[in-house]
Design a protein around this ligand. Structure first.
Ligand SMILES: Nc1ncnc2c1ncn2[C@@H]1O[C@H](COP(=O)(O)OP(=O)(O)OP(=O)(O)O)[C@@H](O)[C@H]1O
Ligand SMILES: [Mg+2]
Length: 253
């Protein structure tokens, strides 16, 4: 279980003023849960993911994984823009984190097997030898997801990973991420601006307030996959989130 307890974060602005990004954020995530986080722009969603990834010093509060300080928790992150290394091929990108983990030469073959496994899992193996500039946006994000999964994280952090994609690629990658999550059963924390995406993907949706972000409401989505957004229960959840969060839903605007 991942336990986020009273997390706060304050930045200094350009004139040295205090910018409180997060205030008293608390929630718990069970092993294998898929959580979506939504909230207005600037409410601290990316900051929260960076804190959980161990990339953001200076926060207050506690993060524990399996009852211990989460400092050694194995996380990986997928960003809105793919953030692949442009000079490496897809398979070299996917293997990059693994190579850092592997010290002995004899284990490098295992690395190759793992890279292949995750390229196949994310259906990008045919482009293994391509460089990022030779890929479509959807293929790049597939490679980015493969790279994040290859280090076999306990917690996968995804910061608006599909929001720059066209609707078809986005919907395909949503299906992939559901399929992969059903296989791997790791914790996923997925930030999105789309209420529909949150409803399609997650077991629970955490709605944050505007800055300083704190938890406004946690909404369960108790429905099996694949989900249908036209289902009356899903419409009810969508309406409720749109009302409480001010996040604009494409359907109701
Ligand atoms: N390094 C930093 N220095 C100063 N202020 C920062 C820093 N990083 C983030 N902030 C501020 O913290 C607040 C939260 O930023 P954050 O990027 O976490 O928001 P967000 O919810 O991810 O927004 P969006 O939905 O637009 O991506 C913003 O007001 C931002 O300007
Ligand atoms: Mg952000």
């Amino acid at each position: 279980m991942l336990n986020i307890s009273r997390v706060g974060m304050e930045f200094k602005g350009l004139n040295n003023e205090n910018i409180v990004a997060l205030n008293d954020v608390s929630f718990q995530v069970n092993d294998g849960d898929f959580i979506c986080i939504i909230g207005p722009s600037g409410c601290g969603k990316s900051t929260l993911l960076r804190i959980i990834a161990g990339l953001q010093p200076g926060y207050t509060g506690n993060i524990e994984y399996s009852g211990k300080n989460a400092i050694k928790m194995n996380t990986s992150m997928v960003f809105q823009e793919h953030a692949l290394f442009p000079w490496l091929t897809v398979s070299e990108n996917v293997g990059y984190g693994l190579k850092l983990q592997v010290r002995k030469k004899e284990n490098l073959n295992k690395t190759k097997d793992k890279v292949m496994k995750y390229l196949e899992l994310c259906r990008i193996s045919e482009s293994a030898d391509f460089k990022p500039y030779q890929l479509s946006g959807g293929m790049r994000q597939r490679a980015a997801v493969a790279r994040a999964l290859a280090v076999e994280p306990e917690v996968l952090l995804m910061d608006e990973p599909f929001s720059a994609l066209d609707p078809l690629s986005r919907s395909q990658l949503q299906d992939e991420v559901i399929r992969i999550h059903e296989m791997k059963k790791i914790i996923v924390l997925f930030v999105t601006h789309s209420v529909e995406e949150a409803i399609l993907l997650s077991d629970r949706i955490i709605v944050l307030t505007s800055r300083p972000g704190s938890v406004k409401e946690i909404i369960p989505v108790p429905a099996p996959h694949p989900r249908n957004l036209d289902d009356p229960d899903m419409i009810k959840i969508k309406r409720h989130i749109s009302e409480i969060s001010g996040v604009m839903s494409r359907v109701y605007t």
